[in-house]
Structures are given as structure tokens and as C-alpha cells.
Design a protein around this ligand. Structure first.
Ligand SMILES: [Zn+2]
Length: 281
């Protein structure tokens, strides 16, 4: 089959599946050092879909009923239901996992036939000894790490390292920091290059004000990751999509139809139309 011009251009769906309120002191590392008052801050939870006529890539699978229950967190919409209502065919879909925390790999079992792309560093860490230590372990569910082992044994896992093109127009870059193998994606869209930062930055503010997140495996790598992302935004005018910021859906246009309650979209047939920063378009 010959490639069409649109083969390397995608629409990016940003799906908010959960939401809660926490405090700034519980999200920013050593918040007291900044001399700023503590206060409430929203923490939303997302999965992302990268798709065009040729392929669908699901980026992370959100938290499961188990992972949510263990932390007293529910769903606005279960990620599996969101994928179904978005018409995502699970067979033939490629799954990308940016890191192995519970809120990103909770429903991998929904994609029982899919190829699963995982940073090698991340897999090795969480299937090794240190991932069982308390300060790391609270971020994962054992059964979900075991499931990643199963995926590997089934021969469906594809390991990612460094900086690679995983599909035409989609690059995956391991930055570490928040989790040992934390990865980000860049995606070519009709509105420009989208930087799916996942938890390399949870918030716009985290990156803009250089405020590391409280959950950190390697602080130097986290700061270097901030540098990398800021450079990408400066050099390529990349559109940042942070991993947990409640403002994300307000910065982009909502999907038409009932799923617009949960989903914003960048690129796709309605593009090119650059979102207005901070606007309500
Ligand atoms: Zn997360």
C-alpha cells in the first residue's frame, strides 16, 4: 500500500477520565522552600489517543477500578468505556506506556492482542528490586506490574530506548525524572507538533516556573527533562500537553458530540487551527 501525504499526520485526543482536588504542597517538591502559601490545586487524569486513517496509538490506559479504589479515587468515565465510545478498535491498536505508575497502566488488559511499547528502563526498574521499596512502590499496583511481565512473556512488548520514531510522525523520547524511564511523545498534527509530556510535566506551571513534582526518581533528570521540553517548545513551537493539568481541556477545542464532555482534540480534519493560549476556543 502506498503512503498518502497524511500518513504522518494525526489527530490527538485528550481524554479526561478522572478529577480531584489536592494541595500545592502535595504536588510540588519541597513546596515550603518557595515561600508561597499552600492552597488547593486540581489534579485531572488523562489518557491520549493518536490516530489517523492508517493507525491508532493509545497512549497510556489510566487507572483501573483497583488502582482507584486503593487510593479512594473514582472515574468520571472509565478509560475502557471512553475508548469504546471513541470507536477505538482494540485489535490492531498499538499501545504506548509512558511510564508504569498506576494511573497510566491500569487497564492494559483491555488490549489483549496489542503491541505494547514500553521504555526498557521503566520495565527493568519496576520488575526489579528497588521498585518494591515504599517510596517507589506506592505509585504502582503489583498485579499491574505482573501483567506487564505477562505481556512481555507473550511477546507483545516492544522495548523503547532513548529517542526513536515509533511510527511515521510520532517520536518517543525517554527523559526519566518522575519515574526512571518516564517518556514523552511528539506527534505531528495539522496544528503543529504536539508534545505529549505525560508526567514529565504534570502542569503547565511545573514547566513554566521550574517547579519539580513531588514524586521524583531522579531530580537532575527531571530538571534536564524540563530543559529538553522547553527547548522543543522554543525551537519547534511545540504544543505542550501536560499530564495532569485541569486547564488542558480549556486550551483546546472539544470533540464534537457527547464525548466532548471528556475529550479535547488537536489536529484532525478540522485543523489547521492553532489554539489560543489560555483562550476558550
Ligand atoms: Zn500520572
Amino acid at each position: 500500500m502506498s503512503q498518502t501525504p497524511a500518513d504522518d499526520t494525526y489527530e490527538v485526543l485528550i481524554v479526561r477520565y478522572a478529577s480531584r482536588t489536592t494541595t500545592r504542597g502535595q504536588v510540588f517538591l519541597n513546596h515550603h522552600l518557595y515561600g508561597e502559601p499552600d492552597g488547593p490545586i486540581g489534579m485531572d487524569y488523562y489518557v491520549w489517543v493518536v490516530r489517523n486513517e492508517r493507525r491508532t496509538i493509545v497512549v497510556d490506559t489510566g487507572y483501573s477500578e483497583l488502582g482507584g479504589r486503593n487510593r479512594a479515587r473514582g472515574h468520571l468515565i472509565h478509560p475502557g468505556e471512553a475508548f469504546s465510545r471513541l470507536g477505538i478498535e482494540r485489535a490492531g491498536t498499538t499501545l504506548v506506556l509512558t511510564h508504569a505508575h498506576y494511573d497510566h497502566v491500569g487497564n492494559v488488559d483491555l488490549f489483549g492482542d496489542s503491541k505494547v511499547i514500553v521504555p526498557r528502563t521503566e520495565f527493568d526498574f519496576w520488575t526489579g528490586d528497588c521498585g518494591r521499596r515504599f517510596q517507589f512502590h506506592h505509585s504502582v499496583e503489583d498485579s499491574e506490574i505482573d501483567h506487564l511481565r505477562d505481556v512481555h512473556q507473550q511477546g507483545r512488548m516492544v522495548f523503547h530506548r532513548g529517542h526513536e520514531e515509533i511510527a511515521p510522525g510520532v517520536e518517543m523520547i525517554e527523559l526519566g525524572g518522575h519515574s526512571p524511564g518516564q517518556a514523552v511523545l511528539t506527534v505531528n498534527t495539522s496544528e503543529g507538533l504536539v508534545l505529549l509530556a505525560s508526567d514529565a510535566t504534570h502542569y503547565y506551571e511545573e514547566l513554566e516556573r521550574d517547579l519539580p513534582f513531588l514524586v521524583v526518581a531522579d531530580l537532575e533528570a527531571m530538571y534536564r527533562g524540563f530543559d529538553y521540553m522547553n527547548q522543543l517548545i522554543a525551537d519547534r513551537d511545540a504544543i505542550l500537553v501536560p499530564g495532569h493539568d485541569p486547564a488542558v481541556l480549556d486550551r483546546h477545542r472539544r470533540l464534537d458530540g457527547p464525548m466532548g464532555e471528556f475529550v479535547a482534540v488537536i489536529g484532525g480534519p478540522q485543523g489547521p487551527r492553532r489554539p489560543q493560549r489560555g483562550g476558550t476556543a
